[in-house]
Ligand binder design. Structure first.
Ligand code: 48H
Length: 257
């Protein structure tokens, strides 16, 4: 006979144990799109204690939607190494352009990242950061549903040595820090430079260049990197997102090890 109360206890107890375990970690990632999942995978692979908070129900960010709901993504040659590392199958469409199924890509990224040891909590939104002595040293989180319902409920704080903003186009975490630091970001203007219009080739190169520290303790990767440092958008080509996730992981592995 199945006991419903044991099912309830199993869920509550194991979830809370997991959550407690990550009140302090090495790296916190905001956003479970391709760049965040990729960053988390490489960090976890090096034994860096990493937790990712995703505000949505599902992972993958803009990846499963492909290009305008055609569930395919394009990856250029430089991204193939990572695609292969994650076991994502692809076909050459034309020299230098490779196509993969966007659902398979999302599933493989998620599967490999989790199995490598990245801890992921979905339905939790990063709504602020903790800054001490001009350094980001954690995040302030709440249930996404609290935000949607506009309930006045205080959040809780998780501490880390570094925070990565992988929230994509809106670069939500950097926005908070821009506002609360009085525009003292490590950008040319000290503020968010803003995403520019479509130019895939330049955008893919700049995504990597723009993947870096934007305020002491706070790093950006993926689409957020171009939004913060003023790079263009690139459409449904995903090599830059994956390479950016790996780059931010490499920067932090060097710093933290
Ligand atoms: C927790 C949050 C919060 C928050 C948002 O948009 P994403 O897929 O981001 P990337 O950078 O990994 O990939 C970008 C790519 O999908 C894309 O949009 C491209 C290539 N566009 C090109 C173009 O020209 O349009 O994922 C970000 C994730 C999402 O799942 C959000 O739900 C989540 O972050 N998120 N999670 N706390 N405050 N804000």
């Amino acid at each position: 006979m199945l006991d419903e109360t044991i099912i309830s206890r199993a869920i509550i107890e194991t979830y809370l144990r997991d959550l407690l375990d990550y009140v302090e970690s090495d790296v916190i990632i905001g956003g479970g799109g391709p760049s965040g999942l990729c960053a988390g995978y490489y960090l976890a692979k090096e034994g860096i204690k990493t937790v990712l908070f995703e505000s949505g129900l599902k992972l993958g960010g803009g990846m499963p939607g492909g290009g305008m709901m055609f569930n395919k993504i394009v990856v250029q040659k430089q991204g193939l190494e990572i695609i292969e590392e994650f076991g994502i199958r692809y076909k050459e469409y034309q020299k230098g352009y490779y196509v993969a199924d966007s659902l398979e890509a999302t599933a493989c990224l998620t599967d490999r990242a989790l199995k490598q040891g990245l801890k992921i909590f979905n339905l939790i939104r990063i709504e602020d950061v903790m800054i001490k002595e001009d350094r980001v040293c954690g995040v302030v989180i709440n249930w996404t549903s609290v935000d949607i319902a506009k309930l006045h409920i205080d959040p809780i704080t998780f501490k880390s040595k570094a925070v990565i903003d992988a929230t994509g186009h809106p670069c939500e975490i950097v926005h908070i820090v821009e506002k609360k630091s009085g525009g003292r970001l490590l950008t040319v203007s000290g503020k968010i430079e803003g995403e520019k219009s479509m130019w895939a080739d330049v955008a893919e190169t700049l995504t990597l260049k723009n993947t870096r520290e934007v305020y002491p303790g706070l790093y950006v990767c993926g689409m957020a990197a171009n939004a913060v440092f003023g790079g263009p958008r690139m459409g449904p080509i995903f090599g830059g997102m994956l390479l950016s996730g790996r780059k931010v992981a490499e920067i932090l592995i060097k710093k933290l090890k």
